[in-house]
Design a protein around this ligand. Structure first.
Ligand SMILES: [Zn+2]
Length: 48
């Protein structure tokens, strides 16, 4: 996945924290959180 832009530590996709936020039955938002500094690295939208 690369390095965290906030704490500059290496972030592995297996270590990254994810949090899912359901906004109804169709949309789901996924947050990627750095395991070191807990900064939000990005969002992903699942539209299905
Ligand atoms: Zn970080």
């Amino acid at each position: 996945m690369g390095n965290c832009p906030f704490c500059k530590q290496r972030v592995d996709i297996k270590e990254v924290k994810t949090e899912e936020r359901g906004k109804g039955f169709i949309e789901k938002e996924k947050m990627y959180i750095c395991p070191h500094c807990e900064a939000i690295l990005g969002f992903a939208m699942k539209m299905r």
